[in-house]
Ligand binder design. Sequence first.
Ligand SMILES: *Cc1c(COP(=O)(O)O)cnc(C)c1O
Length: 408
Amino acid sequence: MSGKDYSYDYFRNFPNTDGFFGQYGGIINVGPLEEEMKKIAAAYRQISQSADFIRELRDIRTHFQGRPTPVYYCKRLSEKLGGARIYLKREDLNHTGAHKLNHCMGEGLLAKYMGKKKLIAETGAGQHGVAIATAATYFGLECDVYMGEIDVEKQAPNVTRMKILGANVIAVKEGGRALKEAIDVAFKDYIKQFDTAIYCIGSVCGPHPFPMLVRDFQSVVGHEAREQFLEMTGNLPDVVTACVGGGSNAMGIFSGFLNDPSVELIGAEPGGRSMKIGDNAATLTIGKEGLLHGMNTLVIQDENGETAPVHSVASGLDYPGIGPEHVYLKDQGRTKYETVSDEECINAFFTLSRVEGIIPALESSHALALAMREAKKRPYESILVNLSGRGDKDIDYVAEHYGFGPKE
Ligand SMILES: *Cc1c(COP(=O)(O)O)cnc(C)c1O
């Protein structure tokens, strides 16, 4: 374990003022957006320190989101596995059913303090779109959500949710009509309306200051969990697991434990169908250094160095890049990453549903599957899982492809 100091100073100095975590991150290749990103970074550094902003965000967390979310000891699951004690940080109980609202409410509040009138975002499966539409409504802002036409068809319930919340859902018809094109078109439209709008990125990704700002807003998960776990057990957990798509829920919970060298921090990457390129989205395992969406990071690339197609049974995890801070922390030896296959994910999804009465999101089921695997190797330890979201959105897909689970 590295003896590096990850106390308060770490969060002040990482990223540095140019947005780098070591060699990763930055504001790269974003053309006319660069100046605006620098403005947002400066505004954030100032506004986020103000007593009014801190008080208002705290009030929102308590009264609108329903925080703190509980930490729950899975007694039956732990006994069934016969290994480590497994605990869940219940982000599935956060308003809208996932951790994403933690940073969307922060981004919305920042927009309000900056005098912006509109939130712009892209969405793939629609989860980020629903959270940002919720935040926009709360703050009385307009909201444009860009979504590939294929995703609009596939994710009909989330499109309906966004529309009921009052957002404009813009179906992108260009190219592959999916997430990548949605981001391209959203950025083009954003450039025309800097003065009145702000782009809200859905993870610890994109150009600086978003990897920092989203991490800071998500860190509430880790700070709460550390305190709750200590109060419940008198100790810190031995291991913390979280699934890793762009990396925001993982950075959120890891933030609370970075400075506790005895706590192992392990991310669960989507191993998909196999470890061949195109069959998974395990960027920290098979990615190579490259540029994507305004940042220097690891990217899953084909033999020509182009961004490769990715797959995961959990649509919130199929991203070919990764938040730059994860790459930095992995290089430092502070965090580790393991892959979890689609099959292990589905297995964990049914196990938690049947044994504990909690239906987890397929994304979160990766973190749980990793914990179940580790539990068997560590009979005297405790494992805290970030249960990033609830599985209601996944039930139709799961029932169609896997039925209702094992018959016992
Ligand atoms: C979007 C999503 C994720 C993946 O995003 P991260 O930025 O990696 O956290 C994980 N879990 C749920 C429930 C999600 O909606």
